[in-house]
Design a protein around this ligand. Structure first.
Ligand code: SF4
Ligand code: SF4
Length: 465
């Protein structure tokens, strides 16, 4: 299979013991000393292989237990219990839930799609991306011979402006400048996370992953030192007006990011003049009034716009609006004006799972930018101790660059497989065709409105009889 359609992954073991969802509590008091203890009956030998990791002060029992509950049921005095691990429950926050974090850990370790057992026991609907479902009507016949068969499913996108048409001379040569586009084999660009104790090996590892995945890593310009120069072709330096930049370091770079701000236009113009072959991407905050900013950028010839929401997938100035709704409204506004292909829309903030990538694209994005998932891939527990200058419990800055790269590639490899599964089940073989395909999704808000609107509105405090 052409390398464009697949991502090679290799197991990259955890450096620290994973926090498991449940823990075993085995009381000794009241033990009957049965001739065959229920603990000895464990077919996985969990109690026999039990060990204490002195460095991490963790009992290995919880990591080995397969949750069959045999010992719990087998103890006649009910001295063995399984309970939810409070450390697990304390992981992350209401958006970056323990389930999401442990799923990302597993994907980064194995490079595989996580299998959680038969059936789905989660809620029917939720907020944000959880309020939309994709149409999997082709799930019984994804392609003629499977997801990884002869009919490839492409997750590749291009960054830049797509010309409306091409003109040719009488002799058949292109009569205009060839369109300047950059291809990436998956619709995901990496960005340095907003926090975390990152050492040079961490940054190098992410750059190495971006290089192997043939995508990009966005990072502040000042982070590009002599060591990082070798990764130039897969870096997007982000240039802020406060930070002077040198032209020599931009030589060989294919994309540059200019965040929206007072001087963005001057900086973009300077770069364009000095490096005509560099694509300019502008990062703008997802906030009220962004449509105006957006159209202003388009008029200025910017061909890549990166919309940035909060880490919980909402507008920066209105917590009640989710990025999925903002993307939809911008995409539809551009379609109505007939200028959708003049710009590549990348969306960042709150992209936590592979399904979020597919859903963001269905809402109208071309691709996404992820930051926190690549930190969580390195075993981050989202405790945010590093933001208070406290030591990181998983010593992220001590990881080697090759381990960082493997974990990141595994995460993206698992996401890539999931995106292919989603597209296969939807009967779509090219992710570019998924863009704006809102007709192939169901939105809870629409469903709710269409089903219950005829019943009228219930005021707050009104009691139904
Ligand atoms: S729950 Fe099952 S796997 Fe876990 S320790 Fe008990 S018997 Fe072993
Ligand atoms: S584990 Fe905690 S301290 Fe370490 S990077 Fe993650 S949030 Fe920061």
């Amino acid at each position: 299979m052409p390398s464009k359609y697949m991502i090679d992954t290799q197991a990259a073991p955890n450096r620290f013991k994973v926090l498991t969802r449940s823990g075993i509590i085995a009381w000794e008091e009241g033990c009957l000393k049965c001739p065959v203890c229920a603990k000895r009956e464990c077919i996985y030998g969990v109690y026999d292989n039990r060990d204490l990791d002195i460095m991490q002060m963790v009992d290995s029992i919880d990591n080995q237990c397969m949750n069959c509950l045999r010992c719990v049921q087998g103890c006649p005095k009910e001295l063995i219990h399984k309970s939810v691990n409070p450390e697990y429950e304390a992981l992350g926050d209401s958006y970056w839930t323990p389930e999401i974090i442990t799923t990302l850990w597993s994907q980064a370790e194995t490079g595989r799609i996580p299998v959680s057992g038969s059936g789905y026991s989660g809620p029917f609907s939720g907020s944000g991306f959880d309020s939309m479902w994709t149409d999997m009507s082709e799930i019984v016949r994804p392609t003629r011979d499977g997801i990884h068969g002869r009919e490839y499913i492409s997750a590749a996108i291009h960054l830049g402006k797509t010309p409306g048409h091409l003109t040719f001379t009488h002799s058949g040569d292109l009569d205009s400048k060839p369109p300047f586009l950059v291809d990436i084999p998956l619709p995901v660009v990496l960005r340095i996370p907003p926090f975390g104790p990152m050492g040079i090996n961490t940054i190098k590892g992410w750059a190495l992953a971006a290089k192997k995945l043939r995508t990009f890593l966005t990072l502040p310009y000042e982070m590009i030192d002599k060591e990082m120069v070798t990764f130039k072709e897969c870096l997007i330096p982000s240039i802020s007006p406060a930070q002077p930049y040198g032209d020599d370091l931009l030589e060989g770079v294919r994309l540059v990011e200019v965040p929206w701000g007072e001087k963005w236009k001057e900086i973009a113009q300077e770069i364009r003049e000095a490096h005509p072959s560099v694509l300019i991407s502008c990062r703008i905050p997802l906030a009220m009034g962004m449509e105006e900013m957006f159209l202003h950028l388009l008029d200025s010839g910017v061909s890549i716009i990166n919309l940035e929401g909060t880490s919980s997938g909402r507008l920066l100035d209105d917590n009640s609006v989710f990025i999925k709704d903002a993307i939809r409204s911008i995409h539809l506004a551009l379609v109505e004006r007939g200028i959708r292909d003049e710009v590549t829309i990348l969306v960042g903030g709150g992209l936590a799972m592979a399904e979020h990538v597919a859903k963001a694209i269905i809402c109208g994005a071309d691709g996404v930018v992820i930051d926190l998932p690549i930190l969580i891939a390195l075993e981050c527990r989202m405790c945010r101790r590093c933001t208070k200058q406290l030591p990181c419990p998983v010593e992220i800055d001590q990881a080697t660059s090759s381990w960082v790269a493997s974990r990141t590639i595994n995460l993206l490899g698992a996401w890539h497989k999931q995106i292919l599964e989603i597209m296969g089940a939807m009967g779509i073989r090219d992710v570019r065709r998924l863009r704006g395909e809102a007709g192939r999704a169901i939105f809870f808000e629409d469903l709710d409105r269409n089903t219950f609107r005829s019943l009228g509105e219930v005021q707050e405090g009104y009691e139904l009889e």
